[in-house]
Design a protein around this ligand. Structure first.
Ligand SMILES: [Zn+2]
Length: 267
């Protein structure tokens, strides 16, 4: 599933490619993804408007068209874009094709169809994102104090931190030495401070890896949302802990999501 760093990488590439271009035709191949997909007549009001910028908020992509509406895209589990120099026809899993003024063609593909493409009139309410200057120790401390939910479920709550996905939540908790199932309100102040720092570090490292993976020409294809990041615990249950080397990494499920931890290093 594309997480915040992957969405960020794609946004940078889309912004580089599309700024100043305009949508002139909209061809829908499916009536519905996770939500109904607008047809050409519903999207007509966006035609010929200059794309001012493509930007990201949490894990959502927005096209700013200098009007009172935004084109909103969420990649869901398997969404990606391709940008071609020519117009191609229907393909399996291609749901939308946008003809651009420049002659190019931007297509949205999504095999599992959990993505969203819609026209919205306002941006969602801003929640702190896992970046320095946005997510603060005070905010996380206040959020932790109010609940005995497992801390991993809390930090993945999109109303608490915007866009922190499963991989990065696991990694940040490992680096902070905190078990994923620890009740949030049992954390000491120093642990909340450490956790805030590690969340920001883990996401920033991945964002930088994503930027480094961009093609020199900012090409947009199925690979733009895929790049390698090194994990210390995610998906590594059964292996020895990379820090203490005394315990095997364990796996448990919290709110339906796989959670990995070292029973020795994380308390
Ligand atoms: Zn360990």
């Amino acid at each position: 599933m594309p997480e915040l760093p992957e969405v960020n990488t794609l946004c940078l590439a889309l912004n580089h490619q599309l700024k100043g271009d305009a949508i002139i035709a909209w061809q829908r191949f499916s009536p519905k993804l996770r939500k109904p997909l607008p047809d050409s007549s519903a999207a007509r009001s966006l035609f010929k408007l200059p794309i001012v910028r493509v930007f990201r908020q949490a894990k959502s992509i927005f096209f700013d068209l200098a009007t009172d509406r935004f084109l909103h895209i969420h990649l869901g589990m398997t969404g990606f874009f391709t940008l071609e120099c020519e117009t191609l026809g229907a393909e399996m899993h291609k749901h939308l094709q946008l003809q651009l003024k420049s002659g190019r063609c931007l297509s949205y593909h999504d095999s599992r169809r959990f993505g969203v493409i819609e026209i919205v009139e306002s941006l969602p309410k801003k929640v702190p994102e896992p970046f320095s200057g946005d997510l603060t120790v005070e905010w996380l401390k206040k959020s932790c104090e109010s609940t005995d939910r497992p801390v991993k479920c809390l930090i993945m709550d999109q109303k608490v931190i915007a866009g922190l996905g499963n991989i990065y939540a696991n990694e940040a908790l490992f680096r902070a030495g905190i078990r994923p199932d620890r009740p949030a309100n049992s954390l000491a102040s120093a642990q909340v401070k450490k956790l805030t720092h590690e969340i920001i570090t883990v996401v920033e490292n991945a964002v930088n890896a994503g930027i480094a993976s961009l093609q020199p020409d900012f090409g947009v294809d199925s690979e733009t949302t895929h790049f390698d990041i090194e994990t210390l615990v995610y998906g590594l249950h059964g292996q020895n802990c990379p820090v203490c080397r005394r315990y095997q990494l364990q796996k448990m499920t919290l709110s339906g999501r796989s959670s990995f931890f070292c029973p020795g290093c994380q308390k």
